[in-house]
Every structure is written in structure tokens, then in C-alpha cells.
Design a protein around this ligand. Structure first.
Ligand code: ARG
Length: 466
């Protein structure tokens, strides 16, 4: 029998010659899957211990391979690991090096395992960590929103529909609206984590193996909550990548919506907030400029996150069972989306944390007479007038005001009565928002406490992720 040389491909026995340069150039995944080295080594060590328990490897062989894998890990940690030209992917590179270190014992590492169950295992382990990291970023942004909401006290601003001023809302209410959408994002991430926490190790290439391994024990060794039930499904399932990409896309969309508002809020036209210099950018030509580039990129990069999701869905759409090389295309979008989301969450959190709100500009915009129109109609409702008629009556006053007859306050006091003057006091209409979950000071105080309890629950759940 031929001895395997370290330069040989993993399938050299079957092939007369080596791979063409064009094939290697097109098919290598090492440039992007090298970041899986840590989970790959961890997975291999669990597999080797499993082979030991199954009696496939002797105790000294297990020790040798585990020690070689520890050495390889140390080389990665120290930055001294050397990739070779023939290293097609991270699995090939690690196995090649283990064989160099442990010789024959290392050559037994791949017993009862295929790169198909190996990559599925690696990617699940990596995604578990990634979800925990993204979730921590979401929690951090929520903490910033909550603390800014708490310290905003009585500040209020116009609430908008159709980007037209509609009714005044507390600033805390507006900030927490985004914190609640992030709460759903977290919930989705925890849910995706739970569903992906299944070990595919032991599925082999597609059908399992004749060797007496115990996939449940390696699953436990790797800290997976459960183990696959169907080997074909185990090696071909990338639902967890698609789900994670969706969850990240929606986080991206939420950051984009925050970004769009901050572009508006920091414009001279709105003037609701000023960015800290550290979180703004200048212009190369226009000396006066201070731009909200983080907010704009949150908007811009959400397109890329959506692209990563749709690209993967298209890749998965028509794949026959089980493994196909197409699946290698799962990694770049996943890595990119995770990286961009983590960066985006931190940048937006820093931007909001350090910005200065211009409460008087907000109040001035919110105190505009017209924002009290709904309260006038509700005032008439309390007098027993049906809402439709009240709406029309106030609408006529608005029409007379718009035509230039008088301001709405004076018209209301004259036509409806002096008791409606209070809605036109500064903050008057904001204080009228008293219903549960509403935008006025009393329901918002309740909401702040409720949100802060939910946030603590999320922090506890985050701490429980393996
Ligand atoms: N680089 C491959 C991937 O990411 C690893 C699995 C290769 N399996 C195979 N049968 N060629 O999917």
C-alpha cells in the first residue's frame, strides 16, 4: 500500500494525478473557512475521544492524536500555524498537520467521519458562538436605549405618521419603541440557537458508518443539546444558516430604521440631536460638514444583509439530498452578516449613547398647535359628541386656522370653551396620552419598568447559552 504523503489530497488513492490549478483556485475554501480552526479542532478532539470509547482507537492512540490537536491549537493561538499549498480547506490543513505531528495515529483521525458531518458540526459550533456574540451586542444597544430613555425625563417630541407631525410622544417612548423591536430580535436569536443546537457529528458522508460510534456521546462532549436522527438530513441541513441570516437581516433592518431617523434628527431641518465628534464624520471639501455616516451605513449595509440571506436561500433551493459542494457557499454570507451586525450594533450603540438631544427643538416642534387637534376632538367626545362629528368640528377649526383666520388655540377657546386651553400648554398634549402602552408620562413610566425587567430576563438567557 502507498504511504500517504502530506502533500497528497484526501482522495489521492483513487486519482492518478493531482488537481488542476484552475480547480484548486475555484474550489478552495481555506481563505474564508480558516476562521473555523478552533471549532474544527474541538470537533476533532470530541470525535477522537468517541473513537476511543468505541474501541476503534487504543488509549495511547487517542492520547497521541489529542496531544497533536492541542499542539495544532497552540500553533494557531501563537500565529505560527503554516498553511501549505495543498490545503484545500481548514479540515485538510488541520488533519495534514496532525498527521505530520502524530504520524500513523494522526492518520486514523478521519475514521468514521467525513468532511460532510465535520463541516456541519464546525459551522453549528461556530454559529452558536456567533449568535451569543450578536445577542450580547443587541443587549448592549438595548441598555443604551433604556438608559437614554430613563435620563430623558420629561422630554417629548412630535410623533409622526407619514413623516407628518401627528401627536406628541415622550422621547423615552420613542427610544423604547426601538428597544422593543430589538427584544423580538433577541427572542428570535435565542430560538434559532435552540433549534440549531443539534450535533450532526457521526452522520458520516451521508449514511452513517459500519463502525460502532455513538453520536449521542460526541454530541454531549461538544455541549450540543441533542443529536441528529437522520444522517441525510444532518449533513445537508443548512436551515440554521438561513434562519440566522434572516434574524441578522431583520436586526439590520431595525438598525437601518434607527439610522434613517438619526439622519433626519441630526439634520439642520430637524435639529433634534447632535452627534458626538467621535461618532460623526467630516467632509474632505466642505469644512462645515458633520455627517451621520454610521446611521447612513446602517441603512446601506442592511441591503447587504438581505442580499446574503437571499443568496443563501437561492443556493439551497434545489439541492438534492444529501451533501453537495454548493453548500460551501453558506459560509461567506454567514461570516459577513455576523461581522457586519456585530460592528453595526456597537457603532449605533456608541452613536446614541454619546449624542446630545436638543430638547427645546423637540418640544418646540411638538408644541405646535395642530398636534393638539386630536385632543380637542376627544374633549368633545367626553362631552357626549360622537367622535365622527367631533372630528369634523375640529377639522373645520383647523381649516379656518389654515386659511389664516386665527391660531387654533384661540379658535378652540372661543368655539369649544376655555377648558381646552390646557392642551395648548407646553407638553399639554403629551400629558393627555394616558392609555396603557401610550406615549404620555404615566404609561411610559410603567413601560420603563416593564422593559427593564424584560431586559434582565434577556441578560439571564444570554448567560445560559452554552
Ligand atoms: N469546504 C467544504 C464545505 O465547506 C467542506 C466539505 C467538503 N466535502 C466534500 N464532500 N467535498 O462544504
Amino acid at each position: 500500500m502507498d504511504e500517504q504523503k502530506s502533500s497528497d489530497s484526501l482522495w489521492h488513492g483513487r486519482f492518478a494525478g493531482g488537481p488542476a490549478e484552475a480547480l484548486m483556485a475555484y474550489t478552495v475554501s481555506l481563505p474564508f473557512d480558516r476562521r473555523l480552526w478552533e471549532v474544527d479542532i474541538r470537533g476533532s478532539q470530541a470525535h477522537v475521544r468517541g473513537l476511543g470509547r468505541a474501541g476503534v482507537l487504543s488509549a495511547p492512540e487517542v492520547e497521541d492524536v489529542l496531544a497533536a490537536l492541542d499542539d495544532v491549537r497552540a500553533e494557531f493561538v501563537a500565529g505560527t500555524f503554516e498553511f501549505r499549498e495543498g490545503d484545500e480547506d481548514i479540515h485538510t490543513a488541520v488533519e495534514r498537520r496532525v498527521t505530520e505531528i502524530a504520524g500513523d495515529a494522526g492518520a486514523r483521525l478521519h475514521t468514521a467521519r467525513s468532511r460532510n458531518d465535520q463541516i456541519a458540526t464546525d459551522l453549528r459550533l461556530w454559529t452558536k458562538q456567533a449568535i451569543a456574540e450578536v445577542a450580547a451586542g443587541v443587549v448592549n444597544l438595548q441598555q443604551v436605549l433604556l438608559s437614554r430613555a430613563r435620563e430623558s425625563g420629561e422630554a417629548y417630541l412630535p410623533g409622526y405618521t407619514h413623516l407628518q407631525r401627528a401627536q406628541p410622544v415622550m422621547l423615552a417612548h420613542h427610544l423604547l419603541a426601538h428597544a422593543w423591536s430589538l427584544h423580538r430580535d433577541l427572542d428570535r436569536l435565542f430560538d434559532a440557537y435552540r433549534r440549531l443546537d443539534v450535533s450532526p457529528l457521526g452522520a458520516g458522508a451521508l449514511a452513517g458508518t459500519s463502525i460502532a460510534i455513538d453520536p449521542a456521546s460526541t454530541a454531549e462532549d461538544l455541549g450540543f443539546a441533542s443529536v441528529f436522527s437522520n444522517s441525510l438530513d444532518a449533513v445537508s441541513d443548512r436551515d440554521f444558516v438561513a434562519e440566522t441570516l434572516f434574524d441578522l437581516s431583520l436586526i439590520g433592518i431595525h438598525l437601518s430604521r434607527i439610522g434613517e431617523e438619526w439622519v433626519l434628527w441630526t439634520s439642520e431641518e430637524f435639529g433634534f440631536a447632535r452627534l458626538d465628534d467621535a461618532y460623526a464624520t467630516g467632509s474632505s471639501m466642505l469644512p462645515q460638514k458633520k455627517n451621520a455616516d454610521i446611521a447612513e451605513l446602517a441603512r446601506g449595509k442592511s441591503g447587504r444583509l438581505i442580499g446574503n440571506l437571499t443568496g443563501l436561500l437561492a443556493t439551497l433551493k434545489a439541492l438534492p439530498l444529501a451533501y453537495n459542494r454548493d453548500l460551501q457557499e453558506d459560509k461567506e454570507p454567514l461570516f459577513d452578516s455576523v461581522e457586519q451586525t456585530v460592528l453595526g450594533l456597537a457603532a449605533i450603540a456608541g452613536m446614541i449613547d454619546t449624542a446630545v438631544f436638543d430638547r427645546s427643538r423637540m418640544a418646540e416642534a411638538a408644541n405646535a398647535d395642530l398636534l393638539a387637534a386630536t385632543d380637542l376632538a376627544e374633549h368633545l367626545v367626553r362631552r357626549g359628541i360622537p367622535f365622527r362629528q367631533a372630528h369634523a368640528q375640529v377639522g373645520q377649526l383647523v381649516r379656518r386656522h389654515v386659511a389664516g383666520e386665527a391660531n387654533l388655540r384661540d379658535l378652540a377657546v372661543a368655539e369649544i370653551g376655555p377648558d381646552c386651553a390646557e392642551y395648548f400648554e407646553p407638553g399639554g398634549a403629551t400629558r393627555m396620552r394616558t392609555s396603557p402602552g401610550g406615549a404620555g408620562p404615566s404609561p411610559v413610566a410603567v413601560q420603563i419598568e416593564m422593559f427593564s425587567a424584560r431586559l434582565q430576563e434577556s441578560i439571564d438567557r444570554l448567560g445560559q447559552l452554552g
